[in-house]
Design a binder for this molecule. Structure first.
Ligand SMILES: *Cc1c(COP(=O)(O)O)cnc(C)c1O
Length: 410
């Protein structure tokens, strides 16, 4: 049996999905006319447990990766107590959904009204900033509160990541001394944060960023209470298979331990993608085939923004019974809108005999996929189904198998 509930954007409240059985192929059997989002709470739960048990510090979920209230509840139930929010709407959403959660307002450029509402109405005490102007905004908006944790965001390289976050935010090396010094005077606790870019393909990205942190601390000669290594923890996609997450954790822990900070300093991280990439996928129908181009019913304005605009390759599977035995062939996709930009180059590998009417599951869309849907041109769908089968790829299942086989060898 499969249960439906409305798709969850920022506005609606959680609809508390009850437990249901089903798998991707069950959905295809029902021949849905619209794309269907498949939700896998067990996969997000596994990722949350992994971070809360293995990351050598505190993991806070970066809500922008997927703000679904159902997902927030799953993460909370599996040990994620802190949430990185970037807008007042995210602050309101998380306070409403998880009233006991701790919120950290980690966007370095905020509206003063948003800071004031976050502080006075929602109890937010942690704010990030990357300029003196922003520091002054936080001071004014909180009426010079004495209980703030202020995280100074440093600009670091995104060279090891698939998606840069290096040009927009972060204090430059020549600015950090004054900023850290000034923030230290206002802050009850002073933090340093950075973001190495999303989908960081090697732990070295963090090691290098931590060297910037070290230089900034030494130069400013301030006491630092929090080191926040940001997001960037990878998931796994075709052609982007990262090393195991434990390697990232080890590298970060080693670098943290060697920083000139007090021994009571805390280590934080803000994983977005790594906590929710496996949480959802989408089942689409092929409406037309033109050579190696498939016209499908979801696209750039739906869950496939990254596939269209940055050429991200998501895993795909043909949902046909009996399974096709024809060899795989590279395909590209067109989405349903009338816009030429609604094109996903792929290549997506599918059996060469795909035809109109076939269903395809596109996997690993839990992060920056479902969150980006629009209703442009009258397309898009809010049908969501909870399924219990495994995601098309996982960083955590392999780990479990590896651990299990180590145990057997012992
Ligand atoms: C986007 C973002 C994150 C999450 O990044 P991922 O690459 O999804 O882990 C964390 N922190 C900040 C400040 C961000 O902007």
């Amino acid at each position: 049996m499969v249960q439906h509930h409305r798709a969850l954007g920022l506005a609606p409240l959680s609809t508390a999905a009850s437990s249901v059985a089903g798998s991707a192929i069950d959905i295809a059997r029902r021949s849905p006319v619209q794309p269907v989002t498949l939700i896998r709470p067990h996969a997000a739960a596994r990722a949350a447990r992994f971070f809360s048990e293995k990351f050598p510090g505190r993991s806070m979920y970066a809500v922008k990766a997927n703000p679904s209230p159902d997902l927030l509840q799953v993460l909370w139930d599996n040990g994620i107590t802190h949430y990185d929010v970037a807008s007042i709407a995210e602050v309101r959403l998380v306070s409403r959904t998880l009233p006991d959660a701790t919120l950290c307002f980690m966007h370095p450029v905020k509206a003063e009204e948003a800071i004031a509402e976050a502080y006075f109405t929602h109890g937010v005490r942690v704010f990030s900033l990357d300029s003196i102007e922003e520091l002054e905004k936080v001071e004014r908006a909180t009426r010079h509160a004495a209980d703030l944790t202020l995280c100074v965001r440093l600009r670091v390289s995104s060279e090891h990541s698939k998606l840069s976050l290096a040009s927009k935010f972060g204090a430059m090396p020549h600015e950090t001394k004054e900023l850290l010094f000034r923030a230290r005077q206002t802050a009850d606790a002073l933090g340093i944060c950075f973001h190495v870019g999303s989908q960081a393909m090697t732990p070295d990205a963090y090691a290098q960023a931590m060297e910037r942190v070290r230089a900034a601390i030494v130069e400013a000669a301030v006491t630092v209470d929090v080191i926040d290594v940001g997001g960037g923890f990878p998931s796994t996609y075709p052609g982007m298979e990262p090393p195991p997450l434990e390697r990232y954790f080890e590298t970060i822990h080693r670098a943290f331990e060697s920083l000139p900070i007090s021994y009571s300093a805390e280590l934080w991280a803000e994983p977005g993608r790594a906590l929710c990439a496996e949480y959802s996928s989408v089942v689409v129908r092929v409406e037309k085939r033109r050579g190696a181009e498939l016209y499908i019913n979801d696209g750039a304005y739906g869950a496939l923004f990254d596939a269209a605009h940055i050429g991200w390759r998501f895993p795909v599977t043909l949902l046909r019974e009996p399974e096709s035995e024809v060899r795989d062939h590279p395909f590209s996709f067109y989405g349903p809108t009338c816009d030429d930009m609604d094109h996903m180059a792929g290549p997506f590998l599918l059996p060469a005999d795909v035809v109109a009417g076939d269903y395809i599951e596109i996997g690993m869309l839990g992060a920056y996929g479902s969150a980006m849907r629009t209703g442009f041109n009258g397309f898009g769908s809010d049908e969501t189904v909870v399924v219990e089968d495994e995601p098309m790829a996982s960083l955590y299942v392999e780990l479990e198998t590896r651990v299990a086989s180590n145990v057997v060898k012992l």
